[in-house]
Design a protein around this ligand. Sequence first.
Ligand SMILES: [Mg+2]
Length: 308
Amino acid sequence: MANGLPNPLLTADAARSLVDSVDAFLFDCDGVIWKGDQLIEGVPETLDLLRKMGKKLVFVTNNSRKSRRQYSKKFRALGLEVTEEEIFTSSFAAAMFLKLNNFSPEKKVYVVGEDGILEELRLAGFECLGGPEDGKKNILLEANFYFEHDKSVGAVIVGLDQYFNYYKMCYSCRYASLCIRENPGCLFIATNRDPTGHMTSVQEWPAGAGTMVAAVSCSVQKEPIVVGKPSSFLMDFLLKSFNLETSRMCMVGDRLDTDILFGQNTGCKTLLVLSGVTTLPELQDASNTIHPDLYTNSVYDLVGLLQQ
Ligand SMILES: [Mg+2]
């Protein structure tokens, strides 16, 4: 144990005692289940074993690019049977946040993000604008240019957006800023503030929603309401859907500041896997203040350790 910090490695005994002490495993997806469109080794075997042991499996992702339905399709395409009800995304959380706060269906939502957010908003009965469509638009900063914006926008949601180029930033950010600044009571919601993510199997990208949120937040000089991890908002919905106790859940993730913090904020046990963004030196660095209950290389280690 480097630096005397409390980061115990998952052993066979610890794996058995972990599995005995929980009824449900909550899995982050990017860096835990897959990297981009590539399944991480041993994931199907691990999920099969845990299901056979009677454990409830839930998938909690901050990646807002897809809706729950679209994620269910992705799981199936990778050979994993996971239902929409077992998936909790930050795109779904954003729509549910508006519902829970009685956001008027008369008002519109401006989206800096991709299809997942648009689909969840429409399923929840909200009218939205922006999204990928606005990635094709442009503005010219000419003299006396006045930017018209829809006064009926009552919320701006910012999520991961791969088309967030400079032109779109000017347009969307300006729009978001105008809405937030000039429409009284306009909500500024972020799906998450992750700075990076494994958007492909070979590299980490500066593409959590955090980068887009920082741009909008800087422009409007306002902090957003965060609905994804580590905010406990998603857990409230999860608990309404399943008869589970947080003390009998284990959050499995590859990020300390979102997954492990979310687990700790909501009273779950926590298991960090090193198959994603966090490295062992980062975990063991003296400056790290977030310590999981256990860590291991990847979820597949559970299979080997439980069979010892
Ligand atoms: Mg992750």
